[in-house]
Design a protein around this ligand. Structure first.
Ligand code: HEM
Length: 129
């Protein structure tokens, strides 16, 4: 984990380019609230992209959305597609995104309700190498 500065500006500019849908805007609001709470409690981590890249499988599943790092390991096996049929494309889409910055894909395919479910998995902010 790195102790470099907070990329808040980078995060909001990524979000602005990644999607201007209502779902993306709602996600940005919820995520920044949770981020502020975690920062206050001192439990908001700082991670580089190469740290994130090591968690690229279902047993340790991290990803980056809008400059924020999420550990979705606890969720990944209950994502629609793992347990119900006809979800092969969803599984492939998810597996491909683990360990990467998948802002565009995640904001594009999800409803506001789904993006709200992502928020509790926030573990920190993405920082420069
Ligand atoms: C904790 C993380 C995640 C949560 C809570 C989540 C939640 C959901 C939910 C609730 C849906 C049902 C449709 C909706 O309400 O939008 C969904 C669909 C989907 N998700 Fe996720 N998801 C997560 C991560 C991901 C990731 C990393 C990917 C990779 C791109 C992904 C790809 C998809 C796809 C392709 C669909 C189907 C969309 C469609 O059929 O239109 N999800 N997700």
């Amino acid at each position: 984990m790195s102790s470099a500065g907070c990329p808040a500006a980078a995060a909001s500019s990524t979000a602005a380019t990644a999607g201007c849908s209502l779902a993306a805007q709602t996600h940005e609001r919820v995520a920044s609230m949770i981020e502020a709470r975690m920062e206050k409690k001192g439990c908001l981590g700082r991670y580089t992209m190469s740290e994130v890249a090591q968690h690229n499988h279902k047993d340790s599943a991290w990803l980056v959305v809008s400059g924020r790092v999420y550990d979705i390991t606890q969720h990944v096996l209950s994502h629609p597609g793992w347990t119900s049929g006809c979800g092969t494309s969803q599984l492939l889409a998810i597996l491909r995104t683990l360990g990467t910055d998948c802002t565009d894909e995640v904001l594009m395919v999800h409803s506001a309700r789904a993006l709200a479910q992502l928020a509790p998995y926030l573990i920190g902010l993405l920082v420069e190498e």
